[in-house]
Design a protein around this ligand. Structure first.
Ligand code: PMV
Length: 362
């Protein structure tokens, strides 16, 4: 009889925030200074796929990311997630069932692939840690719901907690010191507002200069504007954008999304030393969307698109199906892809259409 194989493969999509998370009140537990809200891009193109295997013959936990072995640092984020999942396996499964194999005592081999430019401000860590968490939950047969799993994904990368759900997702900052109420909740499923589209404009696939962890803590330590944002701006925006999503009100959704992206980049600039995530191409994309919206407002009384930028120069433009053709044509007109259309990959999807436009491929 051949020995049982304990292995699980899952995948998780990226999410792009409309209300940005920027700042931790607890860096070890990854507890944020404000709540945030995102849309999960639920399609094949931008996601992480992770396979975990437990075996008594393995001598240490090992990780391969995009085909290259990475060190799992003792006490690091990956290590914290793995240890927490093993602890849950023991408490929730092995302690209750004496016949359950003691997977919590075995070492793991984990293989993960991203189809997202890693660390280019397109949330590869979010899909990566969400996929790691779901793959270990499946391997360990943990009876946990997505909000409960989001508590563990959060320990890997804050924004990862939101990738446990599809559709429209809030990360509630919580108030408990142990972080047990800092978790992701569904605001609305994808099916509630399936018309939402995301046009992803890849301005650069390079690694950013200032990583989000270092960047956000510099902001927490030095930016007076962040304190204003946390106290007076985000709580109201969270309520308003949740309402806009529930009512499928694109004008309100777009206005808040763009304002929040701009305030996030303003607090980055308000940091000492200042952090610049956007570049000239990013700023020109903002000008393009603003101009497009001006014309839309004039002609129809409604906005047509909303830009948002994470910690990098790449743009995500949220829009509706009737604007997709105009938006992609305008972007390609002003930022032509040298070898289009071969470098332009297009993907139709459940949540929305995502068009990845390599504006300045390396
Ligand atoms: O989860 P992190 O540490 O990669 O931080 C993500 C921060 C932003 O992407 C800029 C905002 C967000 O809410 O996703």
């Amino acid at each position: 009889m051949s020995a049982a194989v304990y292995e699980a493969t899952t995948s998780a999509p990226v999410n792009i925030a409309c209300i940005k998370y920027w700042g931790k009140r607890d860096t070890k537990l990854i507890l944020p200074t404000n709540s945030s809200l995102s849309v999960t891009l639920d399609q094949d193109l931008l996601r992480s796929t992770t396979t975990s295997r437990a075996d008594p013959s393995f001598t240490k936990d090992r990780l391969w990311l995009n085909g290259k072995e990475e060190e799992i640092k003792d006490g690091g984020r990956m290590d914290n997630c793995i240890k927490e999942m093993k602890r849950l396996r023991k408490v929730l499964v092995e302690d209750k069932d004496p016949n359950a194999p003691k997977l919590s005592e075995w070492k793991l081999h984990i293989v993960s692939f991203n189809t997202v430019p890693t660390a280019a401000g397109l949330a590869s860590s979010a899909s990566g840690f969400a996929a790691l968490t779901t793959s270990l939950a499946s391997l360990f047969s943990l009876p946990l719901n997505p909000s409960e799993l989001s508590l563990i994904a959060r320990r890997g990368s804050g924004s990862a907690c939101r990738s446990l759900f599809g559709g429209y997702v809030a990360w509630e900052m919580g108030s408990k010191p142990d972080g047990s109420d800092s978790l992701a909740v569904e605001v609305a499923p994808q099916s509630h507002w399936p018309e939402m589209r995301a046009v992803v404009c890849v301005v650069s696939g390079e690694k950013k200069d200032v990583g989000s962890s270092v960047g956000m803590q510099l902001t927490v330590e030095t930016s007076p504007l962040l304190q204003h944002r946390i106290k007076y701006v985000v709580p109201e925006r969270m309520e308003k954008i949740s309402k806009a999503i529930k009512e499928r009100n694109f004008d309100e959704f777009a206005k808040i999304t763009m304002a929040d992206s701009n305030q996030f980049h303003a607090v980055a600039l308000d940091t000492t030393p200042p952090i610049f995530y956007m570049n000239d191409v990013s700023r020109n994309l903002i000008a393009l969307v603003e101009e497009y919206n001006r014309v839309c407002l004039e002609k129809t009384g409604h906005l047509g698109a909303a830009y948002t930028f994470d910690a990098g120069p790449n743009a995500v433009i949220y829009t509706l199906p009737e604007h997709i053709k105009a938006i992609t044509e305008l972007v390609l007109y002003f930022f032509p892809v040298p070898s289009a259309p071969a470098e332009r990959s297009t993907q139709a999807s459940a949540v929305g259409f995502t068009d990845v436009l390599n504006i300045f491929p390396e």
